[in-house]
Design a binder for this molecule. Structure first.
Ligand SMILES: [Zn+2]
Ligand SMILES: [Zn+2]
Ligand SMILES: [Zn+2]
Length: 282
């Protein structure tokens, strides 16, 4: 069903290995936890009795897509969807330093109110980064947070706009990657040799350059058939085959993609179905 991606030339692999060894001295390791790997409905889908939604394999239970990236000793959360609270609890997250938004769709922002736990317990505000249009949408979607007549106990957040240029947050350089999501331009993020992209349907040539050299790439793969605003699995495989990271992980899957174990077994070398709770070291 899938083409095996071309093998990296041995010399390049060797170079990568040497670079990785050098990086251990010069660069902090990056730890990534997949907090959620499902599309906007989550899996199981409410009221669905398909074989994926009724699977007993815990890897077929997918909360809405989000990830935690520990980089240079700081904790970044990418997106804050409706499952944010349970994702923080399931993964015993005790502190976060910033939330980075990819875009303003509900499945990526709906859990924002639940940063209150961090506000209350740690007595700190939460910094949230995204494109100005995303922050504007958040402001109108959660008006009670941003009004002058705030109700006691509402979330305490700081919204900080990103213009798409590399940005230093908490002493770490993070590179936004602009990708198409149907008619919208949304952000992926690159941290060192790790790039995270979700909800993409097309990537322009100049943005590919920002992703090249990534050791680990996360990319969205909705299902097998094509979709207007999301890469299919085959399209996601094509992106990975071009970038040739050491490992690639697919996210934002719907129940139509099939069961984790069945799909994983057919993927080319180095490509994986991510699943909720999976932790990787880059
Ligand atoms: Zn989404
Ligand atoms: Zn289903
Ligand atoms: Zn979306």
């Amino acid at each position: 069903m899938f083409q095996n991606r071309s093998q990296k030339p041995l010399s390049r692999r060797k170079n990568l290995f040497i670079n990785m060894e050098q990086d251990k001295d010069t660069q902090q390791r990056i730890e990534v936890t997949f907090l959620g790997t499902g599309t906007s409905t989550g899996v199981p889908v409410v009221a669905c009795d398909c074989e994926v939604c009724t699977s007993e394999d815990p890897r077929d239970k997918r909360l809405r897509t989000s990830a935690m990236v520990k980089y240079n000793g700081k904790t970044f959360i990418i997106d804050c969807g409706p499952d944010f609270r349970i994702q923080m609890l399931d993964n015993k997250v005790e502190d976060i330093d910033a939330i980075l938004f990819t875009h303003s769709h509900r499945d990526h922002i709906a859990g924002l109110d639940d940063v209150r736990g961090f506000n209350y317990i740690l007595n700190k505000r939460i910094a949230m980064y995204g494109q100005q249009n995303v922050l504007d949408f958040i402001t109108t979607s959660f008006p009670y947070i941003f009004t002058n007549k705030r109700y006691f106990g509402t979330p305490q957040v700081d919204l900080i706009p990103l213009d798409g240029d590399p940005v230093t947050i908490e002493n770490s350089v993070i590179i936004p990657v602009r990708v198409h999501h149907h008619k919208d331009i949304i952000f992926g993020y690159r941290f060192g040799n790790f790039t995270y992209i979700t909800d993409a349907s097309h990537i322009d040539e100049e943005e590919f350059k920002k992703i090249e050299g990534s050791e680990v790439l996360v990319i969205n793969a909705l299902r097998n058939s094509s979709h207007i605003s999301h890469f299919s699995l085959q399209q996601a495989i094509e992106v990975v085959s071009r970038i040739k990271p050491r490992d690639a992980y697919f996210v934002h899957m719907s129940h139509f993609i099939g069961k984790h174990a069945d799909v994983e077994a057919k993927l080319p070398d180095g490509m994986h179905m991510a699943y909720d709770g999976l932790k990787i070291i880059v």
